[in-house]
Write a protein that binds this ligand. Structure first.
Ligand SMILES: Nc1ncnc2c1ncn2[C@@H]1O[C@H](COP(=O)(O)OP(=O)(O)OP(=O)(O)O)[C@@H](O)[C@H]1O
Ligand SMILES: [Mg+2]
Length: 463
């Protein structure tokens, strides 16, 4: 990118706004929220910098470190919607060293580019509707009622009066059909449309082998220059969609879309590298078995993070300014077990905190997708009204903390296991219940869970 490139227009949530959006889903973890909010805002800030300096400003990659079940992956999921930029979350553990069977690390950049290009294409699609919808409507009507040609042999030879009559009745019919079409009354009608003949199964076999990753354009590679067409039956909505896609593809300037997609990927792209600890080998076991391949993956990741050019099917993509956010539990290995070069590429380290009773209490009810809300919604479909007393929620939070302390600390995931156990009978019987109002009290929580919680083996097994 040169100094003259205009800034990319991206949504401008302030760090505070980003944090408050995240607050709707994630309880606590303020340090992590703050760090990612700053990183996101810095993307936008860099875009506003004019002159050559812009190119010199590299993202500060972040590494989030925290025990299992404290919200690392959840944070990534929620960020995806806020980033206003190409964003993908990948599991570091799914990559294998170049030369081995599996996905090589470059594919994360290819996936990110794919995503950006599809996004740009979809944006164009929105505006194309305005332009194409009238045309598509006409073509749909033609499928239901063949067009009238005044120069037809048949029509042309008719006396003027009859000819006009014929045209008038055609127009009248068309107006009626148009109304019906708009009202959705023709939706069940079957029409015949022409589509491209594709050899789907063949393509699937190829892409399963990962050939698409090498940047092949499948139809071209298959040497099928002249696409064969065939007639198929379709309902009106199906036909409308198909006609739109076809018109859209004809209309759209794909080169421009691709250029814009690549530009966004390079300037704004974010890769969330989850489970990064899974590609770290412990300092004592270096050099044997899978460890070799693990540090191999780290070595492969290094240039991508550092800045390299990856070949994608859309062309070369530079990774210099892509922001990487890594996360890992690091339960058996330490961040310092990462190869030093890679450590150096993640200058911002944020610890995510272990969750306690207070957080559990809030996690149960506060997030937009809170577990209690989920169960209430599920049971409401059976006409059952489920309520929890405050005490009961406290008791649940305390139980989760206790069990985590005495068995294994699995963080907020404990709430899932405890709630399913607590509500099992209710979930089973809801359909047949006569009394449809259920209030969960502290007493109920206590009796239902006591035996399990007190018996350590049992809690290990059930909770
Ligand atoms: N701080 C939190 N606020 C709200 N919900 C949370 C929080 N932490 C965890 N959860 C919930 O707990 C579950 C597990 O969280 P998540 O997948 O983010 O864990 P993780 O930190 O990625 O753990 P792991 O290291 O095992 O991958 C999710 O359903 C998530 O919604
Ligand atoms: Mg996770």
């Amino acid at each position: 990118m040169t100094a003259h490139t205009p800034p990319l227009q991206i949504p401008q949530l302030s760090p505070r706004e980003i944090v408050s959006e995240l607050d709707h889903y994630i309880i606590g973890q303020d340090a992590a929220k703050k760090a990612v909010a700053i990183a996101l805002r810095n993307r936008w800030r860099r875009q506003q910098v004019v002159g050559e300096l812009r190119d010199e400003i590299y993202p500060n990659n972040i590494i989030l470190i925290g025990p299992t079940g404290v919200g690392k992956t959840e944070l990534a999921r929620r960020l995806a919607n806020l980033a206003g930029a190409p964003f993908i979350k990948v599991e570091a553990s799914k990559y294998t060293e170049v030369g081995y069977v599996g996905r090589d690390v470059d594919s994360m950049v290819r996936d990110l580019t794919d995503l950006a290009v599809s996004k740009v294409r979809a944006e164009h699609m929105d505006s194309a509707h305005e332009k194409l919808d009238a045309l598509i409507e006409e073509r749909l009507l033609d499928l239901v009622q063949p067009p009238i040609f005044t120069e037809d042999e048949e029509t042309a030879e008719l006396p003027q009066g009859e000819k006009q009559e014929k045209i008038d009745s055609w127009k009248k019919k068309r107006a009626e059909l148009r109304d019906e079409l708009r009202a959705g009354k023709l939706d069940d009608l079957n029409v015949e449309i022409e589509v491209n003949e594709t050899s789907m199964p063949l393509m699937q076999i190829f892409s399963a082998q990962g050939i698409e990753e090498m940047g092949f354009n499948m139809p071209e590679a298959m040497g099928d220059g002249s696409t064969r067409r065939k007639l198929v039956q379709a309902t009106i909505p199906e036909a409308r969609e198909h006609l739109f896609e076809e018109e859209f593809d004809r209309e759209i300037d794909m080169d421009r879309v691709i250029r814009e997609g690549i530009r966004r990927t390079e300037a704004l792209g974010i890769v969330f590298l989850d489970e990064i600890d899974k590609i770290v080998s412990s300092s004592d076991g270096e050099g044997v078995g899978p460890d070799v391949s693990r540090s191999g993956v780290q070595r492969d990741i290094l240039p991508v993070v550092e800045g390299t050019t990856v070949a994608t099917k859309y062309g070369p993509v530079k990774t210099d300014h892509i922001l990487f956010i890594a996360a890992g539990a690091f339960s058996t290995v330490k961040p310092s077990d990462l190869i030093p070069e890679l450590q150096g590429r993640f200058p911002i380290r944020v610890e995510m905190e272990r969750l306690g009773e207070e957080e559990f209490f809030r996690i149960l009810t506060e997030p937009r997708n809170a577990l209690i809300k989920q169960y209430q919604a599920l049971l409401a479909t059976e006409g059952v009204k489920l309520e929890f007393s405050r005490d009961a929620l406290r008791e649940l939070a305390r139980t989760a903390k206790d069990v985590n302390e005495r068995t294994e600390d699995i963080g907020a995931r404990r709430l899932h296991t405890i709630l399913t156990t607590l509500l099992e009978d209710i979930l089973f019987e809801a359909v047949d219940m006569v009394k449809k109002d259920i209030r969960i009290t502290k007493g109920f929580v206590h009796t239902r869970l006591k035996d399990i919680v007190e018996d350590e083996d049992l809690s290990r097994f059930i909770l």
